[in-house]
Write a protein that binds this ligand. Structure first.
Ligand SMILES: [Zn+2]
Length: 107
């Protein structure tokens, strides 16, 4: 059974999962990454290798995870309707876990 390194989701078979990516410093990490986390947190470099996204990987991971999980940006838009949202606790747990693990992987 594979468990996503970032969000912790599990799958019995995970043939499409990314198993290897590079931190910003160039270190290779070999951990299973589910398709959702791969799409949100990783980009492909010129050689086709997966790399943690962004110049500041922690900030970029938090921004991308929030936008993927909640479907709205983290920037304040000075409107109660746009700045306050109803969110399920499991969505918060998954987003925080993925952002934390992405930050840890970026170090
Ligand atoms: Zn994941």
């Amino acid at each position: 059974m594979a468990e996503c390194y970032f969000c912790g989701v599990r799958a019995d078979t995970a043939p499409a999962w990314v198993t290897e990516f590079y931190r910003a410093g160039g270190e290779c990490v070999r951990e299973p990454t589910c398709p959702t986390c791969a799409a949100v947190l990783l980009t492909k470099d010129e050689n086709g290798a997966f790399v943690l996204a962004g110049a500041d990987p922690v900030k970029e991971a938090v921004r991308r995870v929030a936008e993927q999980a909640f479907k709205w940006p983290l920037e304040a838009r000075k409107s109660d309707r746009l700045d306050f949202h109803e969110v399920a606790c499991w969505e918060i747990e998954r987003a925080l876990t993925a952002a934390y693990r992405a930050g840890r992987a970026a170090r």
